[in-house]
Every structure is written in structure tokens, then in C-alpha cells.
Write a protein that binds this ligand. Structure first.
Ligand code: DNO
Length: 405
């Protein structure tokens, strides 16, 4: 695995210097200031590469931009509305510019409206640190009582509806406000402070789009874009839905192994691949992460290694972001499958035998608690995660690893 680290650009409170000292070997970044649907120019890409290449004192960092995460797919493309054809033309030109800059791996997602969703961005853990959490009942409070989405009640089990009603009755205005802000954090344009009416408008646009239709829009997008990516040597990889179940009545098409299988088979190219995010997929008890790595591994182009602890056995339920080796995904078994896949690729002479991995998210611990970085992206929590993951990989690759077998 190539140990990479997500950097949000010059405004990120975790610097290139910090990342280098954490032991990362490469950078995952995106031009977040460019609106989705617009073109990534060669100049903008080069500027970000230059920012990555040096430390604060100007000396060379030795780090390079290895993975684009994300080149966003616009809402217009997902809905096949408005300027969607122009956005696809921009997407293809951005791919050309990215390839010309020497970057080969490109992560994106196909989640309508929401990117990721949590109800708590700093949930206090018993050890005193904090992590992100999704509380299903709080989410129902938001959907039914704060957003007041028509028909929302019917999307939740009766006991959750009842508990949400009680909880809402006891919530202060301030708590409601915080909950709405936390949920809205993963919405597009969250930085511009979306109002609840803006959210309602976004959602209503999907009233007439079924899951089957969204999937067909997705396949049409891939049929258009993947041949370009393939000719450029770019490996595109789709991030799963986070969390991997329906929310706010929106269609979701990348939540399970069979969702991935459908999309991989529909456009059968090595450039049409997967971002295996063990944190997102691991929320569902029916997603077997080591098995998915074994079965879909030859198309896994990027790994997000993260763990969650499910708080119920239901497919839709509450969870919190656990330590990287804690939680419900057997991380050691997953990494063992990754190492097997890398060995297979090496034997087959594949140039991409080393799969980029980043320690995804991290709990806020020690100085993270005062640094206030992007939620989920603290420096020390991720450093700890990376160190643990690296330790597992080193142990599994060691010549004495078969000691007990
Ligand atoms: C959350 C991230 C996602 C991810 C995008 C990829 O922390 O994992 O925002 O970057 O979904 O397109």
C-alpha cells in the first residue's frame, strides 16, 4: 500500500510539514474552490502541485499529488438536467489536464445532494477524545421535525419515529440548530450556509428520479467518460454512499457489493474502479469488507481505511467512528486481502500493484481537541490511525508472519 494523506490545500490547518512528519508518502487533494461542473485548468492543478512540493521554509517536501479526491460529479450530471452536457465536457477536459500533470488515480462519488452525513461532529468518547457519530434517532428528528420533509415518517421504523418525537419535544432551539448544522455539513455548498429551504429545493429535484433512473444516469456518465480516462491511463474509483443506505428520500446506488458489481460490469474497463472505503461500507452488517476486497480487488484503485462501531444490528442504524483497528470491520483481515491483491498484481506485471491508501478520518485526541481542523481530519488522530495500519501491514508482510500457521 502507498501510505497517502488527505490535504485540503493551503487553508488546511494540518500542513505539508505535519503530513511529512506523520510518515505519509503521498498526497490526496482536490481543488475545492472550483465549483462542481467547472473545468480544472492546467494552471490551477500546477499551483496545487507546487504547494505540495515544499515545506513552510521552502525546502523540498518530497511529496507529490498522487490521488485526486474528488473531481465532483455535478448535480446536473446526476439529474441529466440543465448544463449537464457541458459539465461532462468539462469533466473530460479536466481528466486530460489531470493526466497531463502526471496524476493517475481519481476518486469521485455519485451520491445525490449529500456527500456524507453525521449528526454529531464531536461526540465525546470514554477516553476523553471525540469522534463523529451518526445517531439514527437524531437523524429522524432532523428529517421529520426540523426539515419537516413530507412523508419522512414513513421512511423510519415506528419505534424510531416514536423516540424521535419524544427526543424532539425535549430539545432546545440551540440543540436543534446544531443538529441541522451538523447534518448540513456534508451538503454541497455547506460553506455558504444552506438554509433549510435550500435543502428542500435540492431534495425536491429528485422527487421524480428513481433509483433505477439514477443508476442509468450514472452508467451513461461512465460510458461517456471512462473511454477518455482509459485512453489517458487514469484509474477512476467511485466512493461508496456514506452512510450506505437511503436518506431523506433520495435514491442511493453505491451502497453494497452488488451495487458495485452492477456498475463494474456495466462499463467493463480497468479505468472504472472502486474506492474501497471500509468506514462507509462497514456501516452495513451485510457488507463483508475482506470478502469484497477479495472478490472485487482487481478494480480497487484506492483505499480509505477507517472503522465504525455499529450500535445496532439493523442495516439502517446508528454508528460512531471507532479507532482504526477497533470497530466492526476486521481491519487485519482486510489488509491481508489488500496485500494478497497487491502480490497478484505484481505477479501479473501490473504497473499499479501498489494501491494508494489513506487513513480515513481519525478521532480527535490530544492537541486535536484545540486545533479544530476539518471534522474527521485531525492531525494526531490520523497519525495514530496511519501508524496502526502501517504496523499491521508491516507485520503481515514480515517473513515470520506465518509463525502460527
Ligand atoms: C468524507 C469523505 C468523502 C469523500 C467523497 C469522495 O470524509 O470520505 O467526502 O471524499 O465522497 O467523492
Amino acid at each position: 500500500m502507498k501510505q497517502t494523506w488527505r490535504w485540503f490545500g493551503p487553508g488546511d490547518l494540518v500542513s505539508i510539514d505535519d503530513i511529512s512528519q506523520a510518515g505519509a508518502e503521498g498526497i490526496v487533494s482536490a481543488l475545492h474552490h472550483i465549483p462542481s461542473g467547472a473545468l480544472w485548468t492546467a494552471d490551477e492543478i500546477a499551483r496545487r502541485q507546487a504547494d505540495i512540493s515544499h515545506f513552510k521554509d521552502g525546502s523540498a517536501s518530497g511529496l507529490a499529488w498522487d490521488v485526486v479526491e474528488s473531481l465532483p460529479v455535478s448535480e446536473d450530471i446526476k439529474k441529466q438536467k440543465g448544463d449537464w452536457q457541458e459539465h461532462i465536457a468539462h469533466y473530460k477536459q479536466s481528466l486530460r489536464n489531470i493526466a497531463a500533470a502526471g496524476i493517475e488515480v481519481l476518486c469521485y462519488n455519485f451520491m445525490p445532494v449529500l456527500d456524507w452525513t453525521r449528526t454529531d461532529l464531536a461526540w465525546r468518547l470514554p477516553h476523553g477524545g471525540t469522534c463523529m457519530r451518526f445517531d439514527y434517532v437524531d437523524f429522524a428528528v432532523f428529517d421529520i421535525h426540523i426539515l419537516k420533509r413530507p412523508g419522512a415518517e414513513a421512511d423510519f421504523p415506528a419505534d424510531v419515529v416514536a423516540e424521535a418525537k419524544q427526543r424532539f419535544a425535549a430539545m432546545s432551539d440551540e440543540t436543534c440548530d446544531r443538529l441541522a448544522k451538523n447534518v448540513a455539513f456534508g451538503l454541497p455548498g455547506a460553506a455558504e450556509k444552506l438554509t433549510l429551504d435550500d435543502v428542500r429545493l435540492h431534495l425536491s429535484e429528485y422527487d421524480a428520479i428513481s433509483e433505477a433512473q439514477l443508476r442509468s444516469h450514472y452508467i451513461a456518465f461512465l460510458e461517456d467518460v471512462i473511454p477518455v480516462a482509459e485512453s489517458l491511463g487514469i484509474r477512476m474509483c467511485c466512493h461508496p454512499d456514506d452512510p450506505p443506505f437511503g436518506l431523506l428520500g433520495l435514491p442511493r446506488v453505491m451502497s453494497t457489493e452488488s451495487d458495485y458489481r452492477t456498475i463494474l460490469d456495466a462499463v467493463d474497463s480497468p479505468s472504472n474502479g472502486i474506492t474501497l472505503c471500509s468506514g462507509s461500507l462497514g456501516v452495513r452488517p451485510d457488507n463483508d469488507l475482506p470478502g469484497m476486497m477479495r472478490r472485487l480487488g482487481d478494480r480497487v484503485h484506492f483505499l480509505h481505511l477507517r472503522n465504525v462501531k455499529r450500535e445496532s444490528a439493523a442495516i439502517q442504524g446508528s454508528f460512531y467512528e471507532a479507532e482504526h483497528l477497533g470497530g466492526d470491520t476486521d481491519m487485519v483481515a482486510l489488509i491481508a486481502e489488500v496485500l494478497r491483491e497487491e502480490a497478484r498484481r505484481q505477479t501479473a506485471g501490473r504497473k499499479d500493484h501498489q494501491i494508494p491508501m489513506r487513513p480515513d478520518h481519525g478521532q480527535d485526541i490530544l492537541d486535536d481537541l484545540t486545533r479544530r481542523t476539518q471534522p474527521g481530519y485531525p492531525s494526531i488522530g490520523r497519525l495514530k490511525g496511519l501508524a496502526e495500519l502501517r504496523g499491521v501491514a508491516a507485520a503481515l508482510s514480515h517473513s515470520t508472519a506465518g509463525l502460527n500457521s
